[in-house]
Design a protein around this ligand. Structure first.
Ligand SMILES: Nc1ncnc2c1ncn2[C@@H]1O[C@@H]2COP(=O)(O)O[C@H]3[C@@H](O)[C@H](n4cnc5c(N)ncnc54)O[C@@H]3COP(=O)(O)O[C@H]2[C@H]1O
Ligand SMILES: Nc1ncnc2c1ncn2[C@@H]1O[C@@H]2COP(=O)(O)O[C@H]3[C@@H](O)[C@H](n4cnc5c(N)ncnc54)O[C@@H]3COP(=O)(O)O[C@H]2[C@H]1O
Lengths: 141, 141
């Protein structure tokens, strides 16, 4: 088995393209954002601005943690908070031209990695599922 | 590279053992369960009974979806619902003696897989992170 064949392949071929990626806008409030997460069924999604520039990730654990009071989860606080306040800005990013080798390393600690072009415009996401499927095919040859 | 070396290795070596796995009891209500999910920061955890027998998985999306009303998320309904009503019972299970080959196939569609012994007692979980880390080491040799 020649591992460089798979490690040097471009992530471009494994991406979920931006048009199929659920996301929220940086200006939304948390009540709207939690509805998006609940209806799409995803536990974390990218945060974009109107120009499709990537700003961070919003996860359900982070949203719920932000309204965790001493006695209970204080859901009435959701409409008072913004995505901007709760999103995770410290996220790895891949360029669309990068290799699977780099994607695999990042996916050890992240369920998915956002991909952007040189202008910082959001192109899509690379998921653990896509890479595990690829590795499984490769390892069975 | 000899892929059978990795595919035939036992999942036992890659498990997060039961004592380190956050879980809820089948008899808990959803308000308690959502607090456990929020405090541990996990998006899905196993559902056990007092004998440590595995019954299903509880995820934050499933909890929130169960209280999604026409206008808003109806958080006051959480104390009226039970884990039993909302958990996912249709889950894959691995025996502790099974091989990584089988684990890898299941992890394509599941972020983690519960592992049990022959008595159906919960032993731990096999996660995508553990397998991706292993595959990354192997592929770099
Ligand atoms: N509607 C659906 N249909 C089929 N399978 C589903 C599904 N929703 C979730 N899953 C399964 O559950 C895994 C974890 O989903 P989660 O939402 O926690 O975590 C997801 C989510 O945070 C994000 N993600 C995936 N697809 C997305 C999309 N189209 N839009 C936005 N975010 C997405 O990437 C993470 C990893 O995704 P990955 O596919 O590796 O892993 C997914 C997939 O195997
Ligand atoms: N406290 C923490 N410290 C460090 N990294 C963390 C973390 N919480 C989450 N992560 C990272 O985020 C990934 C997704 O976590 P999630 O809770 O959605 O999805 C988790 C969760 O549903 C479950 N899980 C993992 N460890 C668990 C544990 N100790 N107890 C209960 N469930 C666990 O297995 C899924 C996949 O876990 P995996 O490790 O592959 O992938 C984890 C890990 O890479």
């Amino acid at each position: 088995l020649d591992s460089s064949e798979i490690l040097d392949s471009e992530i471009r071929g494994l991406l979920i393209p931006s048009e199929r990626v659920a996301h929220v806008q940086i200006s939304n409030n948390l009540e709207h954002a939690l509805l998006v997460l609940t209806k799409t069924g995803y536990t974390a999604i990218p945060v974009l601005d109107p120009q499709y520039k990537l700003h961070g990730l919003l996860s359900t654990p982070a949203v719920l943690d932000s309204i965790l009071g001493l006695q209970r989860i204080e859901f009435e606080q959701l409409e008072n908070k913004k995505v901007l306040e709760v999103m995770n800005k410290e996220i790895p990013r891949l360029q669309i031209t990068e290799k699977l080798k780099r994607g695999l390393e990042l996916l050890i600690d992240h369920p998915f990695v956002c991909v952007e072009n040189e202008e910082g415009i959001f192109e899509g996401i690379l998921t653990r599922r896509a890479v595990l499927k690829k590795l499984n095919q490769y390892i069975h040859q």
